[in-house]
Design a protein around this ligand. Structure first.
Ligand code: SF4
Length: 768
């Protein structure tokens, strides 16, 4: 591979920061600033800056592993490993039917991989049982966005609109730790005279930047939004003309909000009436204003209604579809947006089409060259799928996910995984879930392969290959190609990402997330393109046609026209007629049949598990700046581990005093699902009725041992953000001296060293 800088993107969060990568003569990879990418303008957080550390051979897998008769994972050839997976999946299908095979994907997979995984599950395995960990990320916001606007795209405007707005309410987002480079947009907002309001039970680093910080009790964001809407109505701040011209369903939503008078909301949330009034004043007075939600309000058993309440507030004040205004969701995972558009979700086909829509099935089946009737229907959501392992689902193929750490009620899910007849995992490292597998396939990662991702703005990006992968690893696309062939499907699973993308364009054409006008060439030249981006209308292009301003225009083109439409891979076609992409949605109309946004009437309800005498405290969970999600990658980076070596329990001084706990003392946090132990971190930045744990670690301090899998009835999102716990002081001598992170790394190093030793021995034997 060349020793010049390759412009590409970070492997981690949904900001997808731009960076340059340069391989150095000593075998390492240098990260340098890429100032031309407008989202981060060269800035990176510590995770992005240190991401190449996970490319090193000494932290990642480079040989397939197969569990031997003695129960040990041992190195194997690729043929041996792939043959074993194909044989086990075939056996499960034959003995128990296709739905006994499950597939679990990840929000970090590129669009090409997510698309191919959905196709592989439905065409090769014939199973309906596919979902992915992105269900745990943004599904409530997606469901609420579709109900209200007819379309789910995280942000309906670029991040660069934020500094020019008059007011932004950030609900349950700690982006100073989750996406540090994005904080610049909010600093500039304040410098320009705008107001930042942060809603979070903790006074986070983000909340410290706010002009106004509201700290509601966890699980009460829905009541808070309803109380604000009540005041908007009572104070005569409703934008009546906007509501009349651009929305439907106002009267029912209005009646629901009027039942949530401010004093009642104060009692539920703990946010005072004067603070509620001040929030309404700051939000309503400027010409433009936004509400942005993240996991706080979304990861609740009423997440869809909660986001719906915030959207109602925006609609009543005339914000969505107006300049520098509206509602948006800050998607979390690297390809959390694209990963939910192209078919790895249980109910979905590429282009954000619905699996139970006959026209969508016909369209995609024709692109795939199969009978529409052969496509299975919708399957289980992520938690329900994991909960069915070992019972209805006997074998699982898992890619880019680590549910042993990241799933709610994680000890139970770990047991379900152990009870499988067969588990195959594709991963870069030996994650806690991969360590339980029967076969582990070592795959290429971000900088070693080309593919597209779609960031939180809906901007489709080209993540380019910058370094040569080590001997012994293959891409996920190669894995699916090889498995498809072994399972009797010789064609339709290319290994070249651009070839996959060309097919994805055809499959998405005319769908809500229409990528048909996007090419690798355009992505390279234009620094990303916002979807929807149909192919040129005059070429017989699909449904939502081009307009010079990039706005949606609904055009009924019919299925045949979609399938016959040539795609603009001729560069000559790309310039004058190419659709510009759609940075800003809804300026003229919403993506509903009548173009109007929908109010959805919602009412407050309690969390699934309220505190009681036995479990009197609320637990909420989240992230720290130096670790990412389940930590499978970032816990292998020394610099990040030094900054964030292990879990902790954040406790208010009054609660700590009641327990007799001092800073650093081990504390047991006990819920109805299990017990976790971690050192106390005492701070008055948290409410006295609430404790916080980050969820990046396995073992004794695993926060998700405690979390509640109560599901939102629409999005099937588990209630990660609020459950009832009790706290117990633990004697220091009862806790091992080493940090849990150190223990984990030591165990994994031992496995890796065994694997490397056995690989060398095996190679020596075959050489003889
Ligand atoms: Fe990577 Fe996100 Fe950090 Fe940017 S903010 S460098 S995308 S982890």
């Amino acid at each position: 591979m060349q020793n010049t800088a390759t412009p590409t993107h970070c492997p981690y969060c949904a900001l997808q920061c731009g960076m340059n990568l340069t391989p150095t003569p000593d075998g390492t990879v240098e990260v340098s600033e890429r100032a031309d990418f407008p989202v981060n303008r060269g800035a990176l957080c510590g995770k992005g800056r240190t991401a190449p550390a996970v490319l090193a051979r000494n932290v990642r897998l480079t040989s397939p592993l197969v569990r031997d008769a003695g129960g040990t994972l041992v190195p194997a050839s690729w043929d041996e490993a792939l043959d074993r997976i194909a044989a086990e999946l075939s056996r499960t299908r034959a003995e128990h039917g296709p739905d006994a095979v499950g597939v679990f994907g990840g929000g970090g997979l590129t669009n090409e991989k997510a698309y191919t995984l959905g196709k592989f599950a439905r065409v090769v395995l014939g199973t309906s049982q596919i979902d992915y960990n992105g269900r745990f990320c943004m599904s409530s916001a997606a469901a609420a966005g579709i109900k209200a606007f007819g379309l789910d795209r995280g942000l309906p405007f670029p991040l660069e609109d934020i500094p020019k707005s008059g007011c932004v309410i950030l609900v349950g987002s700690n982006l100073a730790e989750t996406m540090p480079p994005s904080l610049r947009f909010f600093t500039e907002l304040k410098e320009n005279g705008g107001t930042l309001i942060v809603i979070d039970p903790r006074r986070t680093r983000t909340a410290e930047q706010a002009d106004l910080h509201l700290a509601p009790r966890p699980g009460t964001d829905l009541a808070l939004a309803l109380g604000l809407l009540h005041l908007v109505i009572a104070e005569g701040r409703v934008d009546e003309e906007y509501v009349r011209e651009r929305t439907a369903g106002w009267e029912d939503a209005r009646a629901a909000a009027m039942a949530h008078w401010p004093e009642y909301v104060e009692r539920i949330t703990g946010v005072s009436v004067p603070q509620l009034r001040e929030t309404v004043r700051l939000f309503c007075e400027p010409e433009s204003a936004m509400v942005l939600t993240a996991r706080g309000p979304e990861q609740q058993s009423k997440g869809t209604d909660t986001v719906g309440a915030w959207i109602n507030l925006c609609l009543a004040t005339g914000r969505p579809g107006r300049p520098l205004s509206g509602y948006g969701c800050l998607t979390g995972q690297g390809n959390g947006q694209g990963g939910r558009e192209h078919g790895q979700k249980a109910d979905q086909l590429p282009g954000y089409r619905k699996l139970d829509d006959p026209a969508a099935r016909r369209h995609v089946a024709e692109v795939w060259g199969v009978d529409p009737d052969s496509l299975p229907g919708p399957g289980r959501s992520a938690y329900e799928l994991l909960d069915a392992l070992g019972t209805d689902i006997r074998s699982l193929l898992l890619m880019a996910s680590n549910p042993v750490v990241s799933a709610p009620r994680a000890a139970h899910i770990e047991e379900r995984i152990k009870s499988l007849d067969f588990l195959a995992v594709c991963d870069v490292v030996l994650s806690e879930t991969a360590a339980l597998a029967d076969v582990v396939l070592p795959v290429t990662q971000w900088a070693e392969e080309t593919g597209t991702t779609t960031n939180l703005e809906g901007r489709v990006l080209l993540r380019r290959r910058a370094v040569t992968p080590p001997e012994g690893v293959r891409s996920d696309l190669e894995v699916m190609h090889e498995l498809a062939a072994r399972l009797g499907v010789e064609k339709g699973f290319p290994t070249d990402p651009e070839e996959v993308f060309e097919e994805l364009r055809r499959a998405s054409a005319g769908g809500p997330a229409d990528y048909s006008g996007i090419t690798y060439r355009r992505l390279a030249e234009e620094n990303g393109v916002f979807w929807p981006c149909p192919s040129p209308a005059e070429a017989g292009g699909p449904g939502e046609g081009a307009r010079p301003d990039g706005q949606l225009e609904v055009v009924d083109m019919g299925e045949d026209a979609l399938l016959d439409a040539p795609l603009p891979d001729d560069p000559a076609r790309e310039t004058p007629t190419a659709h510009p992409g759609t940075p800003r949605l809804f300026l003229d109309r919403f993506a509903t049949p009548d173009g109007r946004a929908r109010f959805v009437p919602v009412s407050h309800r309690a969390t699934a598990e309220e505190p009681d005498d036995e479990y009197p405290v609320l637990l909420t969970t989240g992230r720290v700046v130096a670790q990412y999600q389940s930590g499978a990658q970032t816990r292998r980076v020394a610099e990040l581990n030094a900054a964030a070596p292990g879990p902790f329990v954040e406790i208010h001084p009054r609660l700590a005093a009641r327990l007799g706990v001092a800073e650093g003392d081990p504390v047991a946090v006990v819920s109805r699902r299990g017990r976790a132990v971690a050192p106390a971190r005492i701070t008055n930045a948290i409410r006295p009725d609430t404790v916080f744990m980050p969820f990046h670690w396995p073992g004794e301090g695993r926060a998700n041992t405690l979390t509640n899998p109560a599901l939102d009835p629409t999005s099937r999102m588990p209630e990660f953000k609020a459950c009832a716990v009790r706290l117990e002081a633990v004697a220091r001598e009862a806790v091992a001296e080493e940090s849990i992170a150190e223990e984990t790394v030591a165990e994994e190093t031992a496995v890796r060293e065994t694997v490397e030793r056995e690989t060398v021995e095996r190679e020596a034997v075959s050489a003889r």
